[in-house]
Design a protein around this ligand. Structure first.
Ligand code: 13P
Length: 349
């Protein structure tokens, strides 16, 4: 299957009532781990690269690795997504390269740190939507500001400082026409999300439910959704790491989100932890080894295990064969004739 639009994956997920994990990558082994997990569980999947990943791997390497993945796993619907684009130019360059969806994170200014005004966010996001939809490419926006910092991008803080206002979310969706919307409900990027086990009241699930009721056609996105499992922390610390005690987002909260309109779930940290733990283990147990394959193989396998587990938990497992690809050219036609519109006023008609 060619690379498909994230919008198609999310529309199908909405029909089937499940979520789709969007896993971050920087290199070949991470792409391989995700694709093997998708094959193992028969799952559609979104692979995403941040600006940091693009700088690390170089655009052409990343793109051709993604093409290889699509070629090697023709049975898997696979979308290539830009995570946290900070400007029109970043999104434009991703679209020109071949990404099938982009996130324009206009919740922050182009420095990727300072919260932007609502008007600034609308202006840059709408510009990206106009450009992207004309070319059949889907756009994720963000309203409210997530906590933490990932790859140098983020306002920092706890994630509860700028939670999404439902009225603003509706206005934002109407003014921009984004396909999907990242909302801030108390999650944050990175390993250090919560200092104690979060109970049901920590995340603002009531906000999420309210937003979904008012924006039923806009797919909701949960960022910062790693669960930071204790066993992965323990392996790192057992083999010489120094992670402080921390808690992530409980999978049950994500599953509650999926019941209420969350269709894309971003996971990066859990995979980083799995890879690092596996490599540390080899280094400590077999200090004589020096062939990178001796530690990259277990690292890749450890990541595959985490991704496959999430695919089952998010409900995407078993759905790879449900549909065939809509071409990006046909997606462009759908945007042009309004059938793919998510604007609340259009949706209400
Ligand atoms: P985690 O740091 O929780 O994995 O979140 C990743 C993310 O949201 C990428 O955009």
């Amino acid at each position: 299957m060619p690379l498909v639009s994230t919008r198609q994956l999310l529309d199908e997920a909405a029909k089937g009532g499940y979520g789709v994990g969007a896993f971050n990558v920087n290199d070949m082994e991470q792409i391989q781990a995700i694709m093997e997990a998708a094959k193992e569980t028969n799952s559609p999947v979104i692979i995403q690269a941040s600006r940091g990943a693009r700088a690390f791997a170089q655009d052409n390497y990343l793109y051709h690795l993604m093409l290889a993945a699509a070629e090697l796993y023709p049975q898997i619907p696979l979308a290539m997504h830009l995570d946290h684009g900070n400007s029109f130019e970043t999104c434009e360059s991703a679209i020109k390269l071949g990404f099938t969806s982009v996130m324009m994170d206009g919740s922050l200014k182009a420095d990727g740190k300072t919260p932007a005004t609502f008007a600034e966010n609308v202006e840059v996001t709408r510009k990206v939507v106009d450009y992207a939809h004309e070319r059949g490419i889907a756009v994720e926006g963000e309203i409210g500001v997530l906590g933490g910092i990932e790859d140098g991008h983020g306002a920092g803080g706890s994630g509860l400082e700028h939670v999404t206002d439902p009225d603003q979310a509706v206005e934002f969706a109407e003014l921009t026409g984004v396909d999907s919307l990242a909302i801030a409900i108390g999650t944050s990027h990175g390993a250090y999300k919560f200092t104690k086990k979060p109970d049901g009241s920590v995340l603002k699930m009531d906000l999420l439910i309210a937003i979904h009721k008012r924006l039923p056609k806009t797919h909701l996105v949960m960022h910062g959704s790693s669960s930071v499992p204790k066993d992965l922390q323990d392996i790192i610390n057992q083999y010489g790491g120094k992670l402080k005690e921390t808690w992530g987002v409980p999978v049950e909260e994500i599953q509650l989100g999926i019941k209420n309109g969350v269709r894309k779930i971003n996971v990066d940290t859990d995979n980083r932890l799995a890879i690092t733990g596996a490599i540390r283990k080899v280094f400590v147990e077999n200090p004589e080894k020096f062939d990178p394959r001796d530690y990259m193989k277990p690292a890749r396998a450890a990541m595959q295990k985490v991704v496959a587990t999430r695919m089952v938990q998010f409900g995407q497992a078993g759905h790879a064969g449900d549909y065939t690809a809509i071409s990006i050219a046909d997606m462009a036609k759908g945007y042009a004739n309004g059938t793919l519109s998510t604007k609340p006023l259009v949706a209400a008609r």
